[in-house]
Design a protein around this ligand. Structure first.
Ligand code: C2E
Ligand code: CA
Ligand code: CA
Ligand code: CA
Length: 288
C-alpha cells in the first residue's frame, strides 16, 4: 500500500521512529475507515448471510434447534467471520440494523421450516451488548415477530454472561419484558464471567450455555471436566436447561450424556451452514 511505501521511505531516509509510527497509525485509521464504509454498504447491498448450526437433544441426538450466526459475504474478500466485523459494527452502532436484519432473517427461515410441517424447532439469536442496552429492544423484537409470524416460544435470545452482569437491574427488566412476550432467554459463554449464584437465580433465564473453552477440555480426565460438572449440577439445582457448545468428540458426547446435559451443539453434529443445507439435514434427520 501507499502507507507501506511511505513507511519504507521514512525508514530508508533514517528519519526518526516517531514519523514511522505516525504513518502506521494513519494506515490503521484509513483501513478502519474503509472497513466502516464497506460495512455500511454491506447492509444496503444485502451482503450479510445467516448460517445455522444444529443443536441436538442429548438423549435422542435429534436436531431440536439451531443457532443463527451471521457472516459477511464480501464480493472480494469472500465469507468474513463475525469476529472480523462485529467489534467495528458495535463501535459504529451499525450492529443495531445488522442485528435487526439477522433476527428478521432467522425468524423468517424458522417460520418457513415450521411451515414444512416438520416438528417445530427453536432458533437462537445472539444479541450484542449494544442492542441489549437499547430501551426499544422489546419493541423491535415484537415487531419482527409480528412481521414474520413466528410463534415467540420458538425464539431464544442469547446474551453473554458478561453483558448480563454489566447492569444487573437492566438485565432483570429486559428478561422480564421479553419473557412476558413468550420468548426464551439463554446466558451465553457461561463460566467466562463472574455471576453469583443469587444473581443467576434472580435472572430466571431458561438456559445456560457452557462455553466452548470448557467443553473442549473434556477428555476423560476428571480434573478437566470440573467446570462443566459444576455448571451441570448448578443447572439441575436451579432448574435450568444446560447447553454444551463446541462439542467435537465422542468422549465429550459420552461425558455430557452421563452428566445429563440437556442439549449439545458443536462440529461433532454439524458446522454452521446455509439454510438450504440445514433444511436438508433437518428433514432427513427426522426420516431416520
Ligand atoms: P458464539 O455465540 O459463542 O457462537 C459459537 C461460535 O463457536 C460460532 O462461531 C461457531 O461457529 C463456533 N463453534 C461452534 N461449534 C464449534 C466447535 O465444535 N468447534 C469450534 N472450534 N467452534 C465451534 P462464529 O459463527 O464464528 O461466531 C463467533 C461469535 O460471533 C459468536 O460466538 C457470537 O458471539 C458472535 N456472533 C455471531 N453471529 C452474531 C450475530 O448475529 N449477532 C451478534 N451480536 N453476534 C454474533
Ligand atoms: Ca451464541
Ligand atoms: Ca462461546
Ligand atoms: Ca435431560
Amino acid at each position: 500500500t501507499n502507507a507501506d511505501v511511505a513507511m519504507y521511505r521514512a525508514k530508508e531516509k533514517g528519519k526518526n521512529n516517531f514519523q514511522i509510527y505516525t504513518h502506521a497509525l494513519n494506515a490503521k485509521a484509513l483501513e478502519r475507515l474503509a472497513l466502516e464504509n464497506s460495512l455500511r454498504r454491506a447492509l444496503e447491498y444485502k451482503e450479510f448471510v445467516v448460517h445455522y448450526q444444529p443443536k441436538v437433544d442429548t438423549e435422542s441426538e435429534q436436531v431440536i434447534g439451531m443457532e443463527a450466526l451471521v457472516r459477511w459475504q464480501h464480493p472480494k474478500w469472500g465469507l468474513v467471520p463475525p469476529q472480523k466485523f462485529i467489534p467495528l459494527a458495535e463501535e459504529t452502532g451499525l450492529i443495531v440494523p445488522i442485528g435487526e436484519w439477522v433476527l428478521h432473517t432467522a425468524c423468517t427461515h424458522t417460520k418457513a421450516l415450521h411451515n414444512m410441517g416438520l416438528k417445530p424447532l427453536t432458533v437462537a439469536v445472539n444479541l450484542s451488548a449494544v442492542q441489549f442496552e437499547l430501551q426499544n429492544l422489546t419493541k423491535m423484537v415484537s415487531k419482527v415477530l409480528a412481521e414474520t409470524g413466528l410463534d415467540p416460544q420458538y425464539l431464544e435470545l442469547e446474551i453473554t454472561e458478561s453483558v448480563a452482569m454489566q447492569n444487573v437491574e437492566h438485565t432483570l427488566n429486559m428478561i422480564r419484558d421479553l419473557k412476558a412476550m413468550g420468548i426464551k432467554f439463554a446466558i451465553d459463554d457461561f463460566g467466562t464471567g463472574y455471576s453469583s449464584l443469587s444473581q443467576l437465580s434472580n435472572f430466571s433465564v431458561h438456559k445456560l450455555k457452557i462455553d466452548r473453552s470448557f467443553v473442549s477440555k473434556i477428555n476423560g480426565e476428571k480434573d478437566n471436566s470440573i467446570i462443566p460438572s459444576t455448571v451441570l449440577a448448578l443447572g439441575k439445582s436451579l432448574d435450568l436447561s444446560i447447553v454444551a457448545e463446541g462439542v467435537e468428540s465422542q468422549e465429550q458426547v459420552d461425558f455430557l450424556k452421563e452428566n445429563n446435559c440437556d442439549e449439545m451443539q458443536g462440529f461433532f453434529f454439524g458446522k454452521p451452514m446455509p439454510i438450504e443445507n440445514f433444511k436438508q439435514l433437518y428433514s432427513t434427520d427426522l426420516n431416520i
